[in-house]
Design a protein around this ligand. Structure first.
Ligand SMILES: Cc1cc2nc3c(=O)[nH]c(=O)nc-3n(C[C@H](O)[C@H](O)[C@H](O)COP(=O)(O)O)c2cc1C
Length: 196
């Protein structure tokens, strides 16, 4: 089974990298092949709102005219049987690099000119997604007062995946080089196994 992890953290070795790697390692231990996309290392341009990709009807993603790394990421997401979607909380929501990636999911919307709102092209099937985020504030407040999990869930829905579990890691900014707590590591590993 193939699993794709998409990580919107800005720094290597931080909490998100450690949590994503823990989930990926558990999935690998169960026999999965896991590929990780670090969004900061990919060329993903901003959506220009041309809406060319939303005009034609059908259940296939529309064609985006921007030539960058996005179509390769989406091909890999479609080919995967499971997704790990991860981004830290920045300014009460997912990081800007993750948000930019999210906006480029517009080809999965059918939204012709004249329609007031978009419709998702892909209905959730057998694909599962697990969502991971982290914040300086305690996770209890993070779940209540940030939009991070909602944003990650929207990506899962866009990609036709059902959310199988979430992990919100709080108090992750107390040290310059934070280490993933043992409990959060176990929770991340459990998420990785849920994808199998
Ligand atoms: C620009 C920026 C904005 C942030 N905004 C918030 C915030 O609104 N709320 C919060 O609790 N933590 C906030 N944080 C803290 C990060 O969520 C936290 O450090 C996270 O664990 C970073 O993930 P990383 O270790 O993978 O880099 C912010 C950090 C940065 C750099």
């Amino acid at each position: 089974m193939k699993i794709l992890a998409i990580n919107g953290s800005y720094r290597r070795g931080g909490i998100m990298d450690q949590a994503v790697e823990a989930a990926a390692a558990a999935a690998r231990a169960g026999g999965a092949e896991v590929e990780t996309v670090l969004l900061t290392e990919k060329r993903v341009e901003f959506c220009t709102n041309c809406r060319a990709c939303t005009q034609a009807p059908g259940g296939e993603r529309g064609a985006c005219p921007i030539a960058d790394d996005m179509s390769g990421i989406l091909d890999a997401a479609e080919a995967a049987g499971g997704l790990i979607l991860a981004a830290p909380v920045n300014c009460f929501n997912v990081s800007a690099v993750y948000r930019r990636f999210m906006e480029r999911g517009t080809p999965y919307a059918y939204w012709p000119w004249g329609a007031a709102a978009p419709a998702f092209r892909i209905k959730a099937g057998g694909k599962k997604a697990v969502l991971i985020t982290s914040s300086a504030m305690p996770s209890f407040f993070g779940r209540l007062f940030t939009g991070a999990l909602r944003a990650l869930k929207l990506t899962a829905t866009t990609l036709g995946a059902k959310v199988a579990g979430t992990l919100f890691i709080g108090l992750s900014s107390l040290e310059e080089k934070p280490r993933l707590a043992a409990r959060d590591r176990r929770l991340a590993e459990a998420l990785g196994r849920k994808l199998l």
